[in-house]
Write a protein that binds this ligand. Sequence first.
Ligand SMILES: Cc1cc2nc3c(=O)[nH]c(=O)nc-3n(C[C@H](O)[C@H](O)[C@H](O)COP(=O)(O)O)c2cc1C
Length: 185
Amino acid sequence: MPRIGIIVGSVAQASINRKVASILPSLANDTEFVTIDIAQLPLYDYSLDGNWPEVATDFKNAVESVDGIIIVTPEYSRSIPGALKNALDWASRPWGQNSFNGKPVAVMGASISPVGTAMAQQHLRNILAHFNAPTLGQPETFFHFRADSFGSDGSLQDEAQVAQLTGFLEAAIAHIEHNAPVSVA
Ligand SMILES: Cc1cc2nc3c(=O)[nH]c(=O)nc-3n(C[C@H](O)[C@H](O)[C@H](O)COP(=O)(O)O)c2cc1C
C-alpha cells in the first residue's frame, strides 16, 4: 500500500487548496495519506545548516518517509506561493541531501479563476525537474473552486469535479507506485 504525503502550498487558514486536498483521501482505496505541513517553517537561511530548527528536520524527514508526494497549490501572482518555495528550499538542503531526489510527485491546484494555477504548476515543475523528482505529466489538473460545489458538510457535490479529482488521484497513485525509489507493496 503506497504511503503518500500531501503538501498544500497555502498557509491560509481558509485555504481553498487545503479544502480540496482534504477530499483526496476519501477518493482512493488502499492508500495511506499523510499531511506534510509547511506553515510552521521559518524562512530558509543557509547559515542554519548544521543547526537546523526541529520543525525543519521534521519536515525533511516527513518528505523522505513517504513513497511519493502530491502537491496541491494555489497560484499567487502567476507563480507558486512564497511559503511553498521556502518549503522546497528546506527540502533541497543541506547541499547534496535533496529529499526530493528521485521522489515521485504529482501536482495540482485550485483557484477561484477557471484558468488559475497553470503558470504556478509550470513553475513548480521546473523546480521539481531540477530536483530530479519524476513528475506526473497528465492529467494536468486545474480545479476551478466554486463554493456552491460543496455541501454543508464540506463534501464535494459536483460530479464532474469528483471525476476530475478521482482521475487525477488514480494517475498520481499509479505514478508513485511506478516510480517509488523502494517498491511499494
Ligand atoms: C497574493 C495573491 C496572488 C494571487 N494571484 C493569483 C494568480 O496569479 N492566479 C490565480 O488564479 N489566482 C490568484 N489569486 C487568487 C487565488 O486563486 C485565491 O486567493 C485562492 O483562494 C488562493 O488559494 P488558497 O485559498 O488555497 O490560498 C491570488 C491570491 C493572492 C492572495
